[in-house]
Design a protein around this ligand. Structure first.
Ligand code: NAP
Length: 258
């Protein structure tokens, strides 16, 4: 379905974004790779030589970045058919022990840039009557997490935004899908300074499996996908348990500091 199309992937320098780039290239989809670490993007572009690959270096915590990224795609004459808002990070720190600039940085990358890029690229998609937007949220979107409150709330925002836009942009021919991974083996944990419960560590999923689940859901027009049976059970339990229990349990398991 995505052969011959062009996908812009944020956070393509590692983890889930890198795996999506590899999987899309394998089906003949051209790529625009976005992240801060240019050398990583260049080396990935070199490996994926069977398709056209552009590299854009951008720090998405900069409020001007979305506009600059859009301008660079325009200058290069690229039409973006698929937008993958994957860049994101989370600090596992309580509100009072993480400077507000770092808290706001999470919101800027995880939410603000995602929203700005979606608006920018969805407009021409709507004019063409076709497009795809894949937003990477998280299983954390279902859990308020004491000890990791800002990250979890930012992902809840991405999930709600994506669900609403799935309906809002449907008449324009645009599919919007939220990918909600549980624990996934990437560089995320070292950035979060997260040391997980050993049982949760065992439940970590490979990044290529998570990436494939997201792309499959996008291609089939689904609103939300949660990869992995364990994580789907977690999400369905949250719906029936009292919110106060869920919050305390999430703090104990996911927001604990070592
Ligand atoms: N791993 C998990 O357990 C897990 C679970 C649920 C959801 N997620 C979500 O999955 C997405 C991908 O994360 P991952 O697990 O693949 O982690 P990762 O390996 O750390 O990848 C994160 C990507 O985001 C990019 N990024 C971070 N800050 C950026 C910024 N300021 N500007 C531009 N790009 C930036 C990074 O590129 P540069 O550093 O080169 O800029 C990197 O390519 C994130 O949205 C994350 O929240 C992950």
């Amino acid at each position: 379905m995505f052969s011959g199309k062009t996908a812009l992937i944020t956070g393509a320098s590692s983890g889930i974004g890198e795996q999506m780039a590899r999987q899309l290239a394998a089906v003949g989809c051209n790529l625009i790779l976005v992240a801060r670490r240019t050398e990583r993007l260049d080396s990935l572009a070199g490996e994926l030589a069977s398709v056209t690959v552009d590299v854009i270096t951008a720090d998405l915590s900069d409020p001007q970045a979305a506009e600059a990224v859009y301008a660079q795609t325009q200058a290069a004459g690229r039409q973006v058919d698929i937008l993958i808002n994957n860049a994101g990070f989370g600090f596992q720190k309580p509100l009072l022990s993480l400077p507000v600039a770092d808290q706001l940085g999470m919101v800027d990358v995880n939410v603000r840039s995602l929203l700005a890029l979606t608006q920018r690229f969805a407009a021409p998609m709507a004019q063409r009557g076709q497009g795809w937007v894949l937003n990477v949220s998280s299983v954390s979107a279902w859990f308020p997490i004491p000890g990791m409150a800002t990250y979890a709330a930012s992902k809840a925002c991405v999930l709600h935004l994506s669900r609403a836009l799935h309906e809002e942009l449907k008449p324009a021919g645009i599919v919007v899908t939220a990918l909600c991974p549980g624990g996934t083996r990437t560089e995320f944990s070292s950035i979060a300074r997260e040391r997980m419960d050993p049982d949760l560590e065992k439940a970590m999923m490979p990044a290529d499996v998570v990436a494939a689940a997201g792309l499959k859901a996008l291609a089939s027009g689904k609103a939300v996908v949660v990869p992995g049976a364990l994580y789907r059970i977690m999400v369905s339990l949250v719906r029936v348990l009292p919110a106060s229990w869920v919050t305390r349990l999430a703090g104990r398991v996911m927001g604990r500091h070592h």
